[in-house]
Design a protein around this ligand. Structure first.
Ligand code: ZN
Length: 131
């Protein structure tokens, strides 16, 4: 990845940044510049809290290329506190302990190794909220 692009995307990689609709105030993630609710233009950045709860989940045993070392892993749909659903891997939890409605929070982790160069790709995952 080129340096300029790296810096441009840093904020998104370490924070959940979406958009907020100026018309209906809906929170949008991932950012798409158009509100899915009212279809008005929405380009105002909005940083999500990174907390939510497990909406649904499934455990993956056959990984896509680049993810082999991580199997099995659990991918969940997370209902963010601000409303949108986001799909992400769960981490720091045993697959059998995952439950619908479980409170989770975002953390930054290595997602995968990128091809032959072995470049590590970072991104967000979610882990159980420690109480
Ligand atoms: Zn809207």
């Amino acid at each position: 990845m080129e340096v300029a692009r790296y810096w441009r995307t840093t904020r998104q990689r370490y924070q959940l940044v979406g958009e907020v609709c100026p018309n209906c105030k809906g929170k949008i993630f991932p950012p798409r510049d158009v509100c899915p609710t009212c279809e008005k233009e929405a380009k105002t950045p909005f940083a999500f809290s990174g907390v939510g709860e497990v909406y649904s989940y499934s455990t993956v045993y056959q990984a896509a290329a680049g993810y082999e070392k991580a199997t099995p892993y659990t991918v969940a749909m997370i209902r963010l506190a601000e409303g949108p659903l986001v799909s992400a891997q769960l981490t720091d939890i045993d697959d059998k302990d995952v439950a619908i409605g479980m409170p989770v929070e975002m953390v930054t982790r290595v997602l995968r190794e990128d091809g032959d160069r072995g470049m590590l790709v970072y991104g967000y995952k979610f882990r159980p909220v420690m109480v």
